[in-house]
Design a protein around this ligand. Structure first.
Ligand code: PLP
Length: 445
């Protein structure tokens, strides 16, 4: 074959060419088998090659794959919206707006929030408050809300100046405080930022319930979201939950915020919503948020050619029904607890691992050069890349994440296998990862 002209995330690196997937495994063209230990980018939650989903895709393709959203709606899209509202189980109904990626979902959330205020005559309420150590997507609006220094730095001059407050990152608190004596200073920073910027200028506050890509799984302390919600309510600021990574069961609850019994005004979904079987994402907005829009322009000023296409909607609906039918979220709870304990037992004492933390099947491992000071490794050592590369060599896929203050330095990986993983498969995953860590430890120690 001629030289490949495919643009890849890193042009320096050679990636294997995948041929097929089955359950938690992926295979390349040399026949090598990989454990999908991160569900790709925390996406393939029900595993690969599930025949029930393939049949549903086939069935829909035989009816109609595409209609344009301003000419038709479709049964699968309508049913999907109803199903998402049902899964959310909130005390008011949520409307769904379908898009194709998590970035589009958060950007649509941002636009709905701004529009919500505009339709009521508040034209200056158009900033989105966000946190450092966060990731809401790669498009410019979504990146403007993201506190991921590595992904922002090339484009800072054309981004809106949004991230303003510290993340609830207890392992490496940027405020140098300790929970609970900190009295949730990171949440209170939101109030300070609101007062500084002016509540009349802020449409919404956005947060990932559990921080993923930018921080290697950061779980806020109890009370944090209660405080956040109170502050948002006090200053008339909408709360957007970016559940692109945490939504649809990944953390052992259907939605990440369900762990704290908190209801967001707008929710962004993606990834696990279709478990990688198609490109679809959604923005869910509460009746309260939609009311002024419905009574005003009666139109959300967003949308894409492929929004709500019946093919993707039918696929996502089949995935959600599959998760319910096999009670996979319950499995996430049980397997997640086992995997976390196993990782702590096998790797907790490693000299280069500072913290292992997780909730459900969303587990982060943070690497440090000094456990007592939590000092990160020199960036040039590229520890995360080393770990991810060596794991792949040994047939295990893990997701690289950055950790540390402002997401600029620090190394972490995310382990987030499909919900169907078994105990013996988790043992194999941990045993490969242990080999990898021991080898890298020798190299850098
Ligand atoms: N929001 C969160 C929390 C994410 O983790 C991601 C992707 O990693 C996104 C948004 C962006 O999603 P996508 O890559 O589908 O655009």
């Amino acid at each position: 074959m001629n030289r490949s002209l495919l643009i890849k995330p890193s042009m320096k690196e050679e990636y294997p060419t995948v041929t097929h997937g089955e359950g938690i495994y992926l295979y390349d063209k040399d026949g090598k088998r990989y454990i999908d230990g991160s569900s790709g980018a925390v996406t393939t939650s029900i595993g690969h090659g599930v025949s029930e989903i393939i049949e549903a895709m086939h069935e829909q393709a035989n009816k109609v794959s595409f209609v344009y959203r301003s000419q038709f709606t479709s049964e699968p899209a309508e049913k999907l919206a109803v199903k998402l509202n049902e899964l959310l189980n909130a005390d008011e109904d949520y409307w769904s707006f379908f898009v194709n990626s998590g970035s589009e979902a958060t950007e649509t959330a941002m636009k709905i929030a701004i529009q919500h205020w505009q339709e009521q005559g508040y034209f200056k309420k158009n900033k989105i408050l966000s946190r450092w150590v966060s990731y809401h997507g790669i498009t410019l609006g979504a990146l403007s809300m993201s506190g991921h220094v590595g992904r922002r730095e090339r484009f800072v001059s054309i981004l809106e100046d949004y991230p303003a407050v510290s993340a609830p990152y207890c392992y490496q608190c940027s405020l140098k405080k300790t929970y609970p004596s900190c009295q949730l200073a990171c949440a209170n920073e939101i109030e300070t930022a609101i007062k500084r910027i002016g509540p009349g200028q802020i449409a919404a506050f956005i947060a990932e319930p559990i921080i993923g890509a930018a921080g290697g799984v950061i779980i806020p302390p109890d009370g944090y979201y209660q405080q956040v919600k109170e502050i948002c309510n006090k200053y008339n600021i909408l709360f957007i939950a970016d559940e692109v990574m945490t939504g649809i069961g990944r953390t052992g609850e259907m939605f990440g915020l369900h762990h704290w019994g908190i209801q967001a005004d707008i929710i962004a979904l993606g990834k696990g919503m279709s478990a990688g079987y198609t490109a679809i994402a959604a923005t869910l907005a509460s009746e309260k948020v939609m009311k002024p829009i419905l009574q005003g322009s009666n139109s959300v000023m967003s949308g894409h050619t492929y929004s709500a296409n019946p093919q993707s909607a039918a696929t996502a609906l089949a995935v959600l029904q599959y998760i319910e039918k096999y009670q996979l979220v319950q499995n996430v709870k049980v397997q997640g607890e086992y995997l976390l304990q196993k990782l702590l037992f096998e790797l907790g004492e490693s000299k280069i691992i500072g913290d292992i933390r997780g909730i459900g099947l969303m587990i982060g491992v943070e690497f440090v050069s000094d456990k007592s000071t939590k000092r990160p490794f020199d960036k040039k050592l590229m520890i995360t890349n080393k770990i991810v590369g060596k794991a792949r060599e040994k047939g295990l896929l893990v997701y690289p994440s950055s950790a540390g203050q402002e997401g600029a330095h620090g190394d972490a990986i995310i382990i987030s296998p499909p919900f169907i993983i078994t105990k013996s498969q988790m043992d194999e995953l941990v045993s490969i990862l242990k080999e990898v860590v021991l080898e890298i430890q020798k190299e850098v120690g």
